[in-house]
Write a protein that binds this ligand. Structure first.
Ligand code: HEC
Ligand code: HEC
Ligand code: HEC
Length: 459
């Protein structure tokens, strides 16, 4: 064949490839047909731009995922994409008007603002042309976040200027019944909740030690150790569920766990606990005044939960968000910006600066391999509750309020300093080593999250 024919064939092929990819990647604007429904526009934008190709457990691998060489890379990105965020529940919620989580909202906001999605390498593949969010689409997403946040997540005490921040100031208080709070306080410190009268809630969640015991694993009845690090009780009322794996829906359900847990407080039953407490005539009489049907599991746990709702710890950062510009130094404000720039505020969100979602730990690299000790039951995370393979190693994001005081860190309690915790977050959740100068700035910010309880700075 002559040279000229080859050239025609090659040019022809290039032309066909370009046409096909042009059609597949042509930006569509289907979303515009939902002009009167912002939420549906957002769902439509996410779908049209192929976000669900990489961020949905239901997604099938696209045809280019089967091409040799590129295929495995695409598959790895889909795996990582899903570990980061599954956008299907978000799209479903947007379409049928059910609640959207604060975390999904913050994640979408972050991608719209940073232009981080789809990952850079895909901008060279013509098939993905249509997936880059256009500036109109970004505007729709950003406006939706602003309105939705205002409606559902903005704190009543936030200043106008900070109403659209991913972090929000604490409630000044949560309404409680003071008589129940007083009983709850007493029960929280009462060792009679344990099988041998040695352990109270406060043993592991000391109010003067940041709401934790500062041990890697808590020491329960007869010196037994549990398998995960205790999270703080301060501000726990603001978490969307309790425990690392979320097995308790709320504080009352949570409080039913430790008293009967054989390695924590080791009581045989709430009947036994009630019997032990009712021997105390004074306490029993007080209790019946507030709970006429007397001592039982429901009432004991209700009182403890009521007390825990008072464990809010307002801090300097709250004052700042409420409008006092002088509450933070320039370095601390910069630290907050660095925190947001590093995407930390997409998981550590809202009023409790965490506690609103389960997140895969080790999206960017294998944390457990780095830790180097064998896997434990505690490492399963959310999987322990759902039995779903995709929930293995997902943990409820911890609050960062008072985090300077709640060492050691992580569900496994293996990390001793906030500095190291931040570096691990950068590497294993964010995929990059955070420069020391940025770490220091973030620590300056994080220190402003140490709050006060009953007017006293926590220790
Ligand atoms: C080709 C696969 C792919 C596509 C398409 C894709 N993503 Fe991602 N996404 C990933 C991967 C991989 C990550 C992991 C983190 C990274 O690389 O930055 C990720 C991370 C994310 C994150 C969390 C981290 C961040 O940067 O905020 C969000 C949110 C996200 N994607 C949203 C989207 C949205 C919205 C779209 C559609 C515009 C989209 N993604 C399209 C693969 C994809
Ligand atoms: C022996 C130590 C120990 C005792 C006693 C104990 N806890 Fe805990 N607590 C823990 C550990 C460890 C966890 C984490 C367990 C997990 O996530 O699986 C925890 C979790 C919690 C949480 C969940 C916080 C969050 O962010 O998920 C709350 C709230 C809490 N405990 C309150 C209490 C109360 C109330 C009592 C008394 C009824 C109590 N604890 C007794 C060790 C203890
Ligand atoms: C994708 C969600 C996600 C992102 C992004 C993220 N974190 Fe985390 N963070 C978590 C989860 C989940 C844990 C708990 C991990 C574990 O113990 O298994 C955690 C733990 C922590 C802890 C330890 C807290 C404790 O009480 O044990 C600190 C400190 C922390 N993160 C800071 C940061 C900072 C700073 C950034 C930004 C550089 C960041 N995180 C980004 C989800 C995230």
């Amino acid at each position: 064949m002559r040279k000229k024919n080859w050239l025609t064939i090659i040019l022809g092929l290039v032309f066909v490839v370009l046409i096909v990819s042009f059609i597949m990647g042509w930006p569509t604007s289907e979303y515009k047909k939902y002009a009167d429904n912002e939420a549906k526009q957002v769902a439509s934008i996410l779908k049209e731009n192929g976000c669900l190709d990489c961020h949905s457990e239901q997604a099938s691998v696209p045809f280019y995922g089967k091409i040799p060489v590129i295929g495995p890379i695409v598959k790895a990105d889909i795996k990582e994409g899903i570990e980061y965020v599954d956008l299907t529940p978000l799209c479903d919620a947007l379409e049928n008007g059910s609640p959207v989580t604060e975390v999904d909202m913050a994640k979408v906001e972050n991608t719209a603002l940073s232009g981080s999605m789809p990952p850079k390498q895909y901008s060279y593949i013509p098939i993905h042309w249509g997936q880059k969010l256009s500036s109109d689409e970004k505007t729709v997403l950003i406006n939706w976040v602003k309105n939705f946040r205002q409606e559902h997540f903005t704190s009543p005490t936030v200043s106008e200027e900070f109403a659209n921040e991913p972090l929000q100031p604490l409630f000044e208080f949560i309404p409680t019944d003071s008589a129940k709070v007083a009983l709850g306080f007493a029960l929280y410190h009462d060792t009679r909740l344990s099988g041998d009268n040695t352990i109270s809630c406060a043993t592991c969640h000391g109010l003067n030690t940041g709401g934790v015991d500062r041990l890697q694993f808590s020491k329960g009845i007869q010196g037994q150790f549990g398998g995960v690090n205790p999270p703080t009780v301060y501000n726990a009322a603001l978490n969307f569920a309790q425990f690392w794996d979320g097995r308790a829906a709320n504080l009352q359900e949570q409080a039913a766990g430790p008293p009967l847990n054989p390695v924590e407080m080791g009581s045989a039953s709430f009947d036994d606990i009630s019997a032990a407490l009712s021997v105390d005539k004074v306490f029993n009489a007080e209790f019946i005044k507030v709970y006429p049907d007397g001592l039982n599991q429901a009432n004991i746990t209700d009182a403890i939960a009521e007390f825990e709702k008072t464990l809010l710890t307002p801090c300097r950062f709250d004052e700042y968000l409420r409008g006092d510009k002088n509450a933070l130094t320039a370095e601390e404000i910069e630290g907050y910006q660095v925190f947001k720039d590093n995407k930390c505020a997409t998981c550590h969100v809202g009023m409790n600066i965490g506690g609103q979602s389960y997140e895969y730990f080790g999206v960017k690299a294998d944390y457990f391999n780095f830790r180097g000790t064998g896997l434990t039951d505690g490492d399963n995370g959310r999987f322990a509750v759902t039995g779903k393979e995709s929930d293995r190693h997902k943990f409820k994001t911890p609050t960062l309020r008072n985090v300077m005081l709640t060492y050691p860190y992580m569900h496994d309690g293996t990390v001793n300093s906030v500095e190291e915790a931040i570096q691990i977050m950068g590497e294993y959740q964010g995929g990059k080593a955070i420069p020391q100068t940025e770490v220091s700035k973030m620590i300056a910010f994080i220190k402003t999250l140490t709050g006060t309880y009953k007017g006293e700075l926590l220790q």
